[in-house]
Ligand binder design. Structure first.
Ligand SMILES: Nc1ncnc2c1ncn2[C@@H]1O[C@H](COP(=O)(O)OP(=O)(O)OP(=O)(O)O)[C@@H](O)[C@H]1O
Length: 365
């Protein structure tokens, strides 16, 4: 949110509230403003059929000599929950900011519901819900005042405000308190409510489950599934792999600003490795395994564990049984986390979290 948009006497409609520190030149909203509650025919047409809801073509954003993202091609269809993954500094937040028109591309093209998020910012605002990674709320406003202010900026009615507050456990008493007194999780819940309260067809969420307790996380996952079932489109960034596995149909992995791969979670499930565990009975323990060394054996006394690709597992078990004094053997599918981690490792990236949340981000005054 630009300071002008909240401190001005009259909040302008047709703005995507950024709720975050202004670090970059803010995109200039177009002059065309959608009045509260009036559906935009162009937006509706793209939102209910036709082309991709989100389209990035050779999208490039540079900050001086620093690459934010480079030549990114991603296309997301209506009803998808799409995950953007990648190590710190990969370009996820930059991509999301370009999507909601807070940053203009240095090169390439962004289309959301067929519109340009910078040039058509005002027209798109009622159709986009955005939760930034770095929430900045105005401490003196109550939760309710914050939601109402953001609704005014979105320029759309908020038919889901009450329902979402109830489901995400923000009580009336909570909403009556100044947000300066909110815990981190409460602020995040408020951020989620504002991103969904106007039932936008496109929802862009930057690390949405940060700070949420497990019960509220469950509710959030249910909300995501409902969004997709209703044909709305969600693009989220996350470092929490179980969350991505649970909520996303497809994921894009980015590194150093470049797209590494786009995979469906189902495809990753199929491709996941088999974990082969052997117990040897000759008392010798660890030893070189010749060709089987390529499956990264992990020794623990007389036990060894290998991660074998699914199409090699039968041959692997045969040769291991032929060459080693095996007393016991089990084969099971490795977790999906490992499939994700393999993708990260294959591009030489640092590892993301396989559980909990990442270290707290800076929140600026
Ligand atoms: N305002 C800025 N000025 C200069 N460089 C920037 C700016 N914002 C981001 N960058 C750089 O752009 C690259 C991508 O940053 P971005 O915040 O998009 O990554 P990210 O994938 O969201 O990272 P994280 O997971 O740590 O949040 C990084 O090298 C970062 O340093």
């Amino acid at each position: 949110m630009s300071d002008a948009s909240v401190t001005g006497a009259r909040p302008a409609t047709g703005r995507i509230p950024s709720l975050e520190p202004v670090r970059h030149r803010r995109a200039r909203p177009s002059q065309e403003v959608v009045m509260p509650g009036s559906p935009d025919p162009a937006v509706d047409r793209r939102g209910t059929g036709g082309g991709p809801v989100i389209e990035l073509r050779a999208l490039t954003k540079r900050y001086g000599s620093t690459v934010g993202i480079e030549q990114l091609d991603v296309s997301v269809e209506a009803g998808e929950v799409f995950g953007l993954l990648g190590p710190n500094g990969a370009g996820k937040t930059t991509t999301l900011r370009c999507l909601v028109g807070l940053l203009g591309p240095s090169d390439g093209q962004v289309r959301v519901l067929g519109l340009d998020p910078v040039a058509d910012h005002g027209r798109l605002a009622p159709s986009i819900g955005y939760l930034p990674g770095e929430l900045r709320l105005y401490p003196e406003l109550t939760g309710q005042q914050t939601l109402d202010l953001l609704a005014a900026l979105q320029g759309a009615p908020v038919p889901r405000q009450r329902e979402l507050c109830e489901r995400l456990k923000l009580s009336r008493a909570d909403l009556a308190r100044p947000v300066g007194q909110y815990s981190r999780g409460m602020k995040q819940k408020l951020g989620l409510v504002q991103s969904l309260q106007h039932r936008p067809p496109v929802v862009v969420l930057d690390e949405p489950s940060e700070g949420l307790d497990p019960l509220v996380q469950e509710t959030f996952y249910e909300l995501l599934a409902e969004e997709a079932a209703a044909g709305r489109t969600v693009l989220l960034s996350s470092h929490v792999l179980p969350e991505v596995q649970r909520t996303c149909g497809r994921v894009a992995i980015v590194r150093h600003g470049r797209l590494v791969t786009v995979r469906s979670v189902a495809e990753l499930r199929q491709a996941r490795a088999r974990r082969v565990r052997l117990l040897l009975d000759d008392g010798r323990g660890a030893r070189p395994l010749g060709a089987a060394e390529r499956w990264s054996p992990r020794w623990d006394g007389p036990r060894v564990e290998l991660l074998v690709p699914p199409d090699e597992v039968v041959a692997a078990v045969r040769s291991l049984l032929a060459e080693l004094p095996v007393a016991d053997l089990t084969v099971e599918e490795a977790g999906l986390d490992e499939a994700f981690l393999d993708l990260y490792r294959s591009v030489g990236a640092e590892e993301p979290s396989t559980g909990g949340s990442r270290p707290e981000r800076e929140e600026r005054p």
